[in-house]
Ligand binder design. Structure first.
Ligand code: TEU
Length: 549
């Protein structure tokens, strides 16, 4: 198969370094902590680790605001620690994917300090500026700003600068070739150390229409359509590929890829020589909880994307990451009765879809949302600034805090639950973010010993995915489309046909797939014990992988 690629066959495990393992008792996870847990990471069977940003940063947005792209954040360690981490990973055949944040830098980056110092500074055009004598710039919306206002007035030069994210994350001006070539140099710096790829953070927003037209009415209902894939984005990606990617054997992934499957394909169509794979937000931005938007809509999103990518291009499949609540709390059921079984069901989904699975640390234990009661518990710039903005406008703060229990990004950022020791074995100090008190029962140590734990089921799934090319490359066909309870599909390759049945509800559910399973063989079931297939019934949150004969 000429289209076979290691990054298509890989399972990627995402580590949020602040929350994985603290080695020095300061309450913040670090690189030495990760090194000390690499045998655990390897034991999962995964092939690659995606690390969230570890560069020097004032941490307005936990490392997504970078002030030095060639140094390691002090909280996380030193460059020696990094070199050792990479070496120890490669020794275990684990690849390292780094997160590159170049839509914006930190306002504490030297470039920005220079840029804001005077209008004729040679770094002025590294960022987007609007001189105040022209009046107020045309409104732009900001993700994290207290007033959702992306232009910030800066008195020093009587001008506004643009920040799609927080005020401490000024957007770089990609129209300026100097900026682009600076970034290519940074990329080479890390690639020459031997890393295996990049996740391009928020890169869909890098190119802007710098004539700054007024936004049409209703733009806010589809931010990505108006803010993603600006006029020169694909030129930049092709240039980047030519200058950098084409010279290394690496993988590259676009975080966000426009507002439709067709948009996404343009990022990763191999003939265009841009990036390798894309992940879109449609399946996570769809709503707060599966019960609100429903399974039929959900199946339709995955099926539409797969249809567009069936001949070329490649997607990643994920249900959780550091910008999302915990997958089991959003798409499954995190009550004590169903937490484990529904976690296993969701893991089965991720590992049996076409696309590279991205699996978020802690999901292999079935970690759940923390659901903070008080704003004081939150550190995230997103939650905090939305709260302040709402307070200023006299909004309903109690309702906001209730909503955050379902949606806040910090639900998915709590420290990894290693064992029953203090702070779940994450730190001997005070953790930067509260540990979920359920660590006494939900932790890796307990699950190691239980052959039927979420953790050990995940390991089985990874093994299955690794040895079964049908699960990687096989054609995907949705069955029983309108069934609101069951997600059923087949994967087919070279005469082999697998059937996957997933019950997304807490009740027995029936399915109607029009395929006889009489002679088929069950390969994996998230329930233990004997299973009969006759009556087309799945138990609550049941997941089965069947080989059809
Ligand atoms: O996120 C970019 C981004 O666009 C997301 O906020 C996206 O809109 C959302 O996940 C859709 O559900 C990236 C990082 O992942 C995030 O942690 C950073 O805060 C952000 O960029 C700024 O760098």
């Amino acid at each position: 198969n000429a289209d076979a690629k290691w990054w298509k066959q890989a399972v990627v495990y995402q580590i949020y370094p602040r929350s994985f393992k603290d080695s020095d008792g300061d309450g913040v996870g670090d690189l030495k902590g990760i090194i000390s847990k690499l045998d655990y990471v390897k034991s999962l069977g995964i092939d690659a680790v995606w690390l969230n940003p570890i560069y020097t940063s004032p941490n307005d947005d936990n490392g997504y605001d970078i002030s030095d792209y060639r140094e390691i954040m002090k909280d996380f360690g030193t460059m020696e620690d990094f070199d050792l981490l990479l070496k120890e990973m490669h020794k275990r055949d684990i690849k390292l994917i780094m997160d590159l944040v170049v839509n914006h830098s930190s306002d504490e980056h030297e470039w920005f300090k220079q840029s804001r110092s005077s209008r004729d500074n040679k770094y002025r055009d590294y960022y987007h500026w609007w001189p105040a004598e022209k009046g107020k710039p045309p409104y732009r919306w900001s993700f994290f700003d207290v007033n959702s206002e992306a232009w910030k007035y800066d008195a020093q030069t009587n001008s506004y600068y643009l920040h799609y994210f927080s005020q401490k994350q000024p957007d770089l001006n990609w129209e300026n070739p100097k900026v682009r070539y600076e970034v290519y140099d940074i990329m080479r710096f890390w690639l020459d150390k031997g890393i295996d790829g990049f996740r391009m953070d928020a890169f869909q927003f890098a190119s802007k229409d710098t004539t700054w037209p007024e936004l049409p009415k209703g733009y806010e209902k589809n931010i990505i359509k108006y803010y993603g894939v600006g006029p020169h984005l694909h030129d930049y990606l092709q240039e980047m590929n030519r200058e950098v990617f084409s010279k290394y054997d690496i993988m590259t992934v676009a975080e966000g890829a426009g507002s439709s499957p067709e948009d996404a394909l343009l990022f990763v169509d191999p003939d265009r020589k841009e990036l390798n794979m894309a992940y879109h937000f449609e399946s996570v931005d769809i709503g707060k909880h599966l019960n609100d938007f429903g399974l039929v809509k959900y199946k339709d999103i995955f099926s539409r994307y797969d249809q567009t990518f069936k001949d070329k291009g490649w997607l990643s499949i994920f249900l959780g990451n550091h910008d999302q609540p915990r997958m089991v709390s959003k798409f499954g059921n995190d009550t004590p009765e169903f937490r484990a079984i529904s976690s296993k069901m969701l893991s089965t989904f991720i590992m049996t879809m076409r696309g590279t699975p991205y699996y978020y640390y802690g999901d292999e234990l079935g970690m759940i949302n923390i659901r903070f009661d008080s704003i004081e518990d939150y550190t995230d710039v997103d939650t905090r600034n939305k709260y302040i903005g709402l307070k200023n406008r006299g909004g309903d703060l109690q309702a906001f805090l209730e909503g955050q229990k379902q949606t806040s990004r910090e639900n998915g950022r709590t420290p990894f639950q290693w064992d029953t020791a203090q702070n779940a074995g994450f730190t001997t100090g005070t953790p930067w973010l509260k540990v979920n008190p359920n660590y006494e029962t939900i932790n890796a140590e307990v699950q190691e010993k239980d052959p039927n734990s979420v953790l050990n089921y995940f390991r089985k799934l990874v093994q299955l995915r690794k040895k079964e090319p049908t699960l990687v490359y096989g054609k995907y066909t949705l069955l029983d489309n309108e069934n609101p309870n069951v997600y059923a599909y087949t994967r087919e390759l070279d005469g082999k046909k697998l059937l996957i049945l997933l019950n997304f509800t807490d009740k027995n559910s029936t399915y109607n797939i029009g395929i006889s399973t009489a002679k088929s063989k069950i390969i994996l079931d998230n329930y233990t014990g004997i299973k009969k297939l006759e009556n087309n019934i799945l138990r609550p949150y049941e997941a089965i992988i069947i080989e059809l004969k």
